[in-house]
Design a protein around this ligand. Structure first.
Ligand SMILES: NC(=O)c1ccc[n+]([C@@H]2O[C@H](COP(=O)([O-])OP(=O)(O)OC[C@H]3O[C@@H](n4cnc5c(N)ncnc54)[C@H](OP(=O)(O)O)[C@@H]3O)[C@@H](O)[C@H]2O)c1
Length: 326
């Protein structure tokens, strides 16, 4: 059987690493495009067996260079995304709207078997968020240009290499108090990264008729519940304080000046909306791929690094015992 080639954009990130491992283990050959091979090459290369992976350095808007890669590809997967805008063209419009449009046109021109694009959950509802609107615009162009594309809309994606559970455990372990925006009532349905990449793998290997799939984990948790789970996992007690919106807005204004902002005004707007299934689209469960991994069980496996003593702590063994007795 001919080995299939997957062309992946944004493959050096959290979802990319899990996906490269999943695909190459299952005999897909992968080409990963990165902006900086010197920085990301080793990480990408070590996700796969030699011979199954090829890394190409390119600016994602170097159309000529990118186009050449499509002639060899059977599938294209777009994982490129940003949480906040930066200077030098790193805008939501460029990354979430224009770039997917370019990719979908190339998928059509080279008649690829499929284009899988990772969008985000809740973007129809978050009408005043620039992030959400740019993702929506990108989806629209994709479906116009290459209607057989599959769009996945995940809720928060977590894993040991995420920028979510790990960041919050760091902040919770260092800060004496923690702000709750919108009283911590915003709901999420966190999905483990390996459950999400199983869905992508299934779609590539078996196909699906569904164009837009909402990808969620097995439970619904409020922001406050998520923080409480993380606090219990790192054995810390912290004051979770509801922040009035005016103070939240002021802090976002300040944070977004930092090179890696903890919170931006746009993220604050996004946080107003529950990040849960809409009921308007099929979910991963509806297509027979329910997510199995629970937030607390999975984070527990790596949370000991944030407990007193970190990796040298024997707490991780004690913690397991305590849990079993309860
Ligand atoms: N993680 C979540 O909770 C979550 C939830 C919903 C949706 N999503 C979506 O899922 C996708 C993948 O998420 P992820 O968590 O794997 O993201 P990630 O870890 O931040 O990785 C994203 C990748 O995109 C590339 N990238 C970032 N900015 C870029 C730019 N300006 N130009 C070109 N490439 C750029 C980077 O690749 P190089 O540095 O190698 O070029 C990076 O490895 C994104 O579209 C995201 O919006 C994620």
């Amino acid at each position: 059987m001919k080995v299939k080639n997957c062309l992946i954009f944004g493959g050096s990130g959290q979802i990319g690493s899990f996906l490269i491992r999943k695909l190459t283990k299952n005999n897909f050959r992968v080409t990963v495009v990165t902006r900086n091979i010197h920085q990301k090459g080793l990480k990408i290369k070590t996700q796969a067996n030699a011979g199954y992976i090829n890394i190409v350095e390119a600016n994602i808007f170097e159309e000529e260079k990118i186009e050449k890669l499509f002639s060899q590809a059977d599938y294209c997967i777009n994982l490129v995304g940003i949480l906040y805008e930066k200077r030098r063209g790193n805008t939501f419009k460029n990354i979430h709207s224009i770039f997917p449009k370019i990719l979908s046109k190339l998928c059509k021109r080279y008649n690829l078997e499929n284009f899988i694009h990772i969008s985000a959950l809740g973007i129809n509802e978050a009408i005043d968020s620039k992030y959400a609107n740019s993702k929506l615009e990108g989806e629209k162009s994709i479906l116009e240009n290459f209607p057989k594309s599959i769009i996945l809309r995940p809720s928060i994606v977590f894993s040991n290499s995420d920028n979510f559970s790990t960041l919050f455990m760091t902040l919770l372990s260092r800060l004496p108090i923690f702000p709750l925006y919108y009283s911590g009532k915003t709901k999420f349905m966190p999905i483990h990264c390996s459950d999400l990449t199983d869905i992508i793998y299934h779609i590539i290997s078996k196909g699906t008729e569904t164009q837009i799939i909402e990808c969620v984990g097995p439970e619904t948790l409020t922001f406050k519940e998520i923080l409480e789970i993380l606090l219990s996992l790192i054995n810390k007690k912290r004051l979770l304080i509801p922040f009035p919106l005016t103070i939240a807005k002021l802090s976002a204004k300040f944070f977004q000046l930092l090179p890696k902002p903890l919170l931006t005004e746009d993220q604050l707007r996004l946080l107003k909306y529950d990040n849960i299934i809409s009921g308007k689209y099929k979910t991963n469960s509806d297509i027979g791929l329910p997510s199995k991994l629970y937030f607390k069980d999975e984070v527990k496996k790596y949370s000991y690094m944030w407990r007193d003593g970190g990796e040298f702590s024997t707490e991780k063994y004690k913690f397991g015992d305590k849990e079993e007795k309860n």
